[in-house]
Design a protein around this ligand. Structure first.
Ligand code: NAD
Length: 462
């Protein structure tokens, strides 16, 4: 049983490998392979992965580190994809170019997300083709690579038969924060959710079968548990919400990267949305679409989240590996382990062992949300077994959410069409249609700057 991580040089690789290794009996994993196009970056991560597998956890799982696709994918059963095309240097452009024009600059939302999507579509298709060629016939690609909404739409159009499941850890991060603050075990929690990737709403959250969302909303508003500073304190001080049995949450507070630095405003925005719209629990990313003006106002166009990650997670990981190579001393705090890795490893487990466990996945709608198009890529809960996701359908969604989603779906579809056809007009229409862009003039200015910045990555637009 072989699992390959594509984007093996990712800052998330050590944490994901740890999650796989901790499930080695159930996954029956014999070999983990790291595949990346940046050999040196991946070699370094490989040094840490070797320590995790063989020193920390003492497993006999074989480790292969390679830049050769044939060696990476031959006979692999699972490919966990997590590539960042253009790396952090290009993410910085995705965030800073829109801000210069007064628009949201974010990795996956708005113009930044569209730029990143245009860089990622063809490398993702290439990855699928390599996996099809070399891996086992019943392979699964579990994809974390962002922007997941655009990537999944492109895969649907260009490789409709690929055995790929696109996933996202943000809803899980929200559930983690809630469970941490309320001191409840997330294994007792089940939820309903609908939306697009980075664009959705929890409509029900149940703890041991009992609905807690209305009460939870009140609790969140009163105790500000979603605000990074507060929720850790609240977890210690206040314990469980009335009616929810306290039986020990996971100690992930310090590990939750979504609570650091500029994430503060993302969580704060959830309160502002909830105050105005007393329904559901919104995904944090909706902020970028519903409070675009305020986001731009509190952003620093000279220092965005890409800089935070480069000076933080990325720097501490690679400096820590250098230190380990020089001294033999390891500092485990240099890498994240927990929900992000657990989520993808558990998904593989559900597929392999046909567990029918419930996950949130990005999938073709096919009528599951009756008032969304059949071919829209939506995010919904699904039971996962050996044949893939069995998506749980739901009733029609309200007009407000449907309107927002339709605008975003059409924007993403136009972008993918424009990218495939090399059509400047379609890509410009996608930029103009995005809710974060105030006018067609601004859309054109941002797009033209992005064409220049992405000339090594994007297809030519005519
Ligand atoms: P990173 O820059 O640390 O790592 C990405 C790696 O991908 C780099 O080593 C790079 O060399 C490699 N890469 C680039 N193009 C490649 C290609 N064509 N083939 C193989 N490898 C390639 O990035 P990161 O912060 O660790 O994030 C990795 C990915 O995971 C990103 O796409 C990010 O947006 C995504 N992500 C998704 C979620 C989610 O919930 N869906 C959460 C976190 C990160």
């Amino acid at each position: 049983m072989i699992i390959t991580l594509a984007g093996g040089g990712s800052t998330f690789t050590p944490g994901i490998v740890k999650s796989i290794a901790l499930r080695r009996e159930e996954l029956e994993v014999d070999e983990i392979r790291l595949y990346d196009i940046d050999g040196e970056r991946q070699r370094k991560v490989g040094v840490l992965v070797d320590w995790i597998l063989h020193e920390d956890l003492g497993t006999d799982i074989k480790l292969t580190v390679t830049t050769d696709p044939k060696e990476a994918f031959t006979d692999a059963s699972f490919v966990f994809a997590q590539m960042r095309v253009g790396k952090y240097a290009m993410r910085e452009q995705d965030e800073k170019i829109p801000l210069r024009h007064g628009c949201v600059g974010q990795e996956t939302c708005g113009c930044g997300g569209m730029a990143y999507g245009m860089r990622t579509i063809f490398p993702m298709v290439e990855l699928i083709d390599l996996v099809e060629k070399y891996a086992k016939d019943d392979y699964w690609i579990l994809n974390y690579s962002n922007p997941a909404a655009i990537v999944s739409e492109a895969c649907r159009v260009l490789r409709p038969d690929a055995r790929i499941i696109n996933i996202c850890d943000m809803p899980i991060a929200i559930i983690d924060v809630v469970c941490e603050a309320l001191q409840i075990d997330k294994r007792d929690v089940e939820y309903d959710y609908f939306g697009l990737n980075h664009f959705g709403w929890f409509t029900s959250i149940r703890c041991k079968g009992e609905e807690i969302l209305p009460e939870l909303r009140d609790y969140i508003m009163e105790h500000e548990i979603l605000l990074p500073d507060s929720y850790v304190k609240n977890a210690a001080k206040q314990g469980a919400m009335a009616g929810v049995k306290k039986d020990g949450g996971e100690s992930g507070a310090e590990q939750n990267r979504h609570t650091k630095g500029s994430w503060y405003y993302v969580w704060k925005g959830v309160y502002e949305i909830m105050e105005l719209f007393p329904e559901y629990l919104p995904n944090t990313y909706l902020n970028y679409y519903l409070q675009q003006k305020e986001f731009v106002e509190h952003s620093d166009p000279e220092r965005t989240r890409a800089n935070e990650v480069m000076d933080g997670r990325e720097k501490s990981l690679f400096e820590g590996i250098d230190r380990y190579e020089a001294t033999g001393e390891i500092d485990e705090s240099i890498f994240y382990a927990g929900s992000h890795g657990d989520w993808i490893a558990d998904l593989a487990l559900a597929l392999k062992n046909d567990t029918k466990a419930r996950f949130l996945v990005i999938c073709q709608n096919k009528g599951a949300i009756p008032n969304m198009p059949y071919d829209a890529m939506v995010e919904l809960p699904a039971y996962i077994g050996k044949n893939g996701p069995e998506v749980i359908s739901r009733d029609e969604i309200p007009l407000f959410q449907q309107g927002l989603m339709m605008q975003q779906v059409n924007c993403e579809k136009l972008l993918v069409e424009g990218c495939i056809e090399g059509s400047y007009e379609k890509v410009l229409k996608a930029f103009a249609l995005n809710k974060t862009v105030p006018s067609i003039k601004v859309a054109k200015e941002v797009l033209d700057d992005m064409i220049e910045a992405n000339k090594d990555y994007w297809p030519e637009l005519k």
